[in-house]
Write a protein that binds this ligand. Structure first.
Ligand SMILES: NC(=O)c1ccc[n+]([C@@H]2O[C@H](COP(=O)([O-])OP(=O)(O)OC[C@H]3O[C@@H](n4cnc5c(N)ncnc54)[C@H](OP(=O)(O)O)[C@@H]3O)[C@@H](O)[C@H]2O)c1
Length: 275
């Protein structure tokens, strides 16, 4: 009988360990994610969905976001909404729709990433492009944050996450590439850092994270590395391409961070960066 009890206890322990491992370390709540159609956003959508979060995944053009649609088909906890963050009327309408829905995490991922859509350069810098990048990466980010603030404030976790970039660190500038993008992320840092002071009294934590370039295409696993786009090959060689698991690490990081951390600039792995 003792042996039987030992076997049952061991089996239960193994089952619990497997379940604990299979589950995320984050506390699932409701997350609203911008720019969920591609890149990091799509990977965030997949991981949040797998982890059982109630995900409101927004995309500029949901009809074209076929990979996101596939995620929503697989996971009933995913709702897709149309949202262009620079269309302030659309932002207001969506915020009104979710006015009474507690949103635990507002993940402001969607932005113009010059490194994936074409670098802008000095000589001379296109002023129209500069304004477009600043409008999307700075102004629209705050507009969305303010529009959804009440929904975040009535939630349990109360977090607004700004997706910045290592390139937004003024202390880290070593080259002149992507000046508009860098400026947008440096401005985003200041805007969100001061916004954090504004809303901390309501218990809302405005967190600033540099996600790094995450290997969302699983380039590390490609056998013939010559088929990997040059930019990523260089990052693999320099060991600066973050693994696909970095997305999950960021969800765990967001879970750990609180209002006490709003003065810090975090990298995806929790390392603190210089502003
Ligand atoms: N990947 C990196 O190397 C890296 C490094 C540091 C920081 N980041 C930051 O991480 C975030 C995601 O980057 P990513 O690499 O995944 O970029 P990405 O592959 O270029 O994807 C950008 C996403 O943002 C969306 N978006 C662009 N403009 C928008 C707008 N006006 N309204 C709503 N959504 C909009 C895009 O939607 P559409 O599909 O409709 O175009 C797309 O879903 C960005 O904030 C980026 O700056 C990325």
């Amino acid at each position: 009988v003792t042996r039987f009890i030992q076997i049952i206890a061991a089996a239960c322990f193994a089952l619990f360990s497997v379940a604990a491992h299979a589950q995320d370390k984050s506390s699932p709540g409701t997350v609203l994610l911008t720019g969920a159609s591609a890149g990091h956003g799509l990977a965030f959508a997949e991981d949040y969905a797998k982890r059982g979060w109630k995900l409101i995944a927004t995309a500029r053009d949901p009809a074209k976001a076929t990979e996101l649609q596939a995620i929503a088909k697989k996971y009933p906890n995913v709702t897709i909404e149309a949202l262009d963050i620079t269309n302030f009327k659309q932002v207001d309408a969506l915020a009104a729709k979710y006015k009474t829905t507690p949103i635990d995490v507002l993940n402001l991922n969607g932005a113009i990433n010059s490194f994936s859509v074409g670098l802008e350069k000095f000589g001379p810098l296109d002023p129209v492009r500069l304004n477009e990048i600043l409008n999307t990466n700075v102004t629209a980010q705050l507009y969305v944050a303010e529009a959804f603030l009440d929904s975040v404030a009535i939630s349990k976790q109360k977090k607004i996450v700004a997706m910045s970039a290592v390139g937004g660190s003024i202390a880290g500038v070593k080259q002149s590439t992507a000046p508009a993008y860098r400026a947008s992320k440096a401005a985003l840092n200041m805007l969100m850092r001061t916004y954090g002071e504004q809303v901390k009294g309501r218990g809302v934590a405005v967190l600033i994270i540099a996600p790094g370039t995450v290997d969302v295409h699983n380039y590390y696993d490609v056998k013939d590395q010559s088929t990997v786009p040059e930019r990523y090959r260089g990052q693999i060689e320099r060991k600066v391409l973050a693994p696909r698991s970095a997305i999950g690490s960021m969800i765990d990081l967001i879970d750990r961070l609180t209002v006490a951390d709003i003065a810090k600039f975090h990298q995806w792995d929790g390392k603190e960066l210089n502003w």
